[in-house]
Structures are given as C-alpha cells and as structure tokens.
Design a protein around this ligand. Structure first.
Ligand code: SF4
Ligand code: SF4
Length: 140
C-alpha cells in the first residue's frame, strides 16, 4: 500500500536570496493605508473614578499627610467595606503626583455601588474600630 507523502513546497529563494525580510516588512508598512486621525479615532469614554478625598490611615504605605496616592484602590472583602489596598509596609507607595481613586469595590450592597463599581463622587477612608474602611459606605 502506498503511503501518503505530503508535498513540501520548495524553499523560498533557493539558490539565491531575493527578499530581505526586514526590508520587505518596512516596505509593506510604508505602503499600508494610513489610519486617519478624526472622529472615528475618538477615545473610548472612560468613567471618572471616584476620588479619595481623605484617608486617615497614616500607617498605610500609600498615605501621605492624609492623602492616598494609590492610583486605584480596591474596596471591600464582601463582608465589610475595608480598604483592600491598605499595606503597612515601611516604604513610600503610590504615585506622589496623583490623589488616589477607587478602582473597584466589592460592596454590592452599598447604595453607591453598581456592577461592583463605585459611583459616589468621592469617598473618605479611615479607621472603623480596628480596620480601615470606606467611611462613605451606606447600605442600600
Ligand atoms: S485609601 Fe487605602 S490604600 Fe489609600 S492610603 Fe488609605 S488605606 Fe492606604
Ligand atoms: S462608597 Fe460604597 S461603592 Fe463606593 S467605595 Fe465605598 S463602599 Fe464601595
């Protein structure tokens, strides 16, 4: 019985080099149609994240003079509105030029929460007994 033998295409440029890959790629990029900047290139609207107006947790690495500098914190552990981003490491965290915002919140029962995102205009964070909580939390 004859065995199937797949056809192997002849190697490109065998015997002589006719195409330089880098040059060919550059040429293709130059001849590709250019995308126009304009209304069709408008940025996708991004929801403005709620700002953290104050945080009294001075022991947190992201805190400097009651201002949070974490770019986006996560709130909630499903039972309590804790700041899940709190870290007591002995170092400066975050981005000094920004004021922290709420990136995500797991407190689905808060009246400011929709789809596990915070829709409050701003929140404050601080100690609630022994833990650091979102003090703007309000059960729906
Ligand atoms: S809001 Fe959270 S992450 Fe930001 S400084 Fe306060 S405890 Fe730290
Ligand atoms: S106000 Fe409510 S939804 Fe917003 S971060 Fe605090 S607990 Fe979450």
């Amino acid at each position: 019985m004859e065995r199937y033998a797949p056809r192997v295409p002849a190697a490109e440029g065998r015997g002589h080099v006719t195409v330089r890959p880098a040059r060919a790629a550059r040429k293709a990029a130059l001849s590709a149609p250019r995308r126009k900047a304009g209304p069709d290139m408008a940025a996708t609207p991004v929801m403005q994240l709620p700002v953290i107006s104050e945080c009294s947790a001075e022991g947190c690495a992201y805190n400097h003079e009651h201002t949070c500098h974490a770019v986006a914190i996560t709130v909630g552990d499903t039972d309590a509105p804790v700041c899940d981003t709190f870290v007591s490491a002995d170092m400066d965290g975050g981005e000094p030029s920004v004021t922290g915002r709420v990136g995500a919140c797991k407190m689905a029962d808060c009246q400011h929460n929709a789809g596990l995102e915070c829709h409050a205009p701003a929140i404050s964070v601080g100690y609630e007994q022994e833990q650091v909580d979102c003090l703007t939390y309000a059960r729906a």
